[in-house]
Ligand binder design. Sequence first.
Ligand SMILES: NC(=O)c1ccc[n+]([C@@H]2O[C@H](COP(=O)([O-])OP(=O)(O)OC[C@H]3O[C@@H](n4cnc5c(N)ncnc54)[C@H](O)[C@@H]3O)[C@@H](O)[C@H]2O)c1
Ligand SMILES: [Zn+2]
Ligand SMILES: [Zn+2]
Length: 336
Amino acid sequence: MKAITYAGKEQLLLEELSVPQITTDEALVKVKYGGICGTDMMIYAGVHPRAKTSLVMGHEFSGEITKISSGTSFKIGDKVAINPIRYCNECEPCRLGNYHICENLKYIGIDLQGGFAEYAKIPIENLHILSDKVKEDEAALIEPLAVAIHTVRRSQFKVGDNVTILGAGPIGILIGIIAKISGAAEVIISDVSKYRLEVAETYGLITVNSMEMDLIEKVKMTTKGVGSDVVFEVAGNQITANQMISAIKTQGEIMVVSVYKKAPIIDLANMHFRELSLSTTRCFSPKDFEAAIKFMEEGRIDISRLISHRLPIESFKEGFELVKESKNSLKLLFEL
Ligand SMILES: NC(=O)c1ccc[n+]([C@@H]2O[C@H](COP(=O)([O-])OP(=O)(O)OC[C@H]3O[C@@H](n4cnc5c(N)ncnc54)[C@H](O)[C@@H]3O)[C@@H](O)[C@H]2O)c1
Ligand SMILES: [Zn+2]
Ligand SMILES: [Zn+2]
C-alpha cells in the first residue's frame, strides 16, 4: 500500500509498505480521506517533540472497515470515524476520566502509525460508526471539530458573550462556528489571509484583516469599549500573544489553543491589574468527539466550505507546501 512517511526535517516519502496485520482487537480500515493539520506541519518542519522517522503521518481521517474479527458491533463495509487518542487508563488524569491529558497519551499519526496511507490498523475501541448522512470527505474533519467543541466547552464562554478569535485557520473558524451556534453575541475573527477571512465571513463571523485594520480598535468598537469576554488565541505567534491581552475585558478569559513553535513573552503585569484568566486546552474528550459526530450527522454544521483542496496522495509534496504557505488554503485533504 502507498503511505506518506516522515523521513526527517522537511523530508517526506511516498513509500510502498505492506498492508498492516491486525489482531482480534483491531480493524483494518481502508482510508478514504485524510486532512493535514497544524501538528502535521510541526512534524514536517522537524520541530515536533515526539514524532520519529518512518512514522506514517495523518491523524484526521475517515474510512471504511475492510477486515475485522466477528463478534464485534462493527462489520466489513461500515463507514467509520477514527478517534486518534490512545490512553493508558492507569495514570492520575486517566483515573479521573481525563483521558485526553493522559500522561502516557499516544496519538495515532503522531506516536503510532497513522492514516496518510491506503490502509490503517485501528483498535476497535477507537472506531465510531458513521451513517450515510456524513459525507466521506467531511468525516475527516470530525477530529478538528472535536478540538473546537472541547475548546469552547473548556472556556468560561456563556450565551450572549462577545468573543474574539485570533487566527482564521481551520481550528479558529471551527471555534467561531461553535461559539456562534452556542449563542455568542458577536464573534470577531482576525487573520492576515484574505482567502481565509472570506471563508470565515460566510459563517457569519466579523472578520478583521489585521494587516489592514487595527484589531483592538475593532474589538472596542464592537463591544462598546469593554473588550471581549473570551479571547481564543489560535494563531500562535508573538503578535497575537500581545493582542490577546489587549482584546480582552477586565476579568475576561484568554484561552490559548495554539501550540507555539517558539515560547512567546506574555505581559503578566498587564494581566494582573485587570484580573485576567489565562487557560489552555488540549485535544478533546470522548464526549467532544461524539458531539462532533452528532453535529455532523444532524446537519447542524456545514463544514464543507472549510475544505479547500482534495489531492491524490501522489501530490503529497504539493499538499504540504500549500498548507505551509497557508494563505490560499484551509483544510487540505488527501484522497486515498
Ligand atoms: N489545543 C489543541 O489541542 C490543538 C489542536 C489542534 C491544533 N492546535 C493548534 O492550533 C493552532 C491553529 O491550528 P490551525 O490548524 O487552524 O493552524 P493554521 O496555521 O492553519 O492557522 C493559524 C492562522 O493564524 C493566522 N495568523 C498568523 N499571524 C496572524 C496574526 N498576526 N493575526 C491573526 N492571524 C494570524 C495564519 O494566517 C493562519 O490562518 C496551531 O497552533 C495548532 O498547532 C491546537
Ligand atoms: Zn490535528
Ligand atoms: Zn493515562
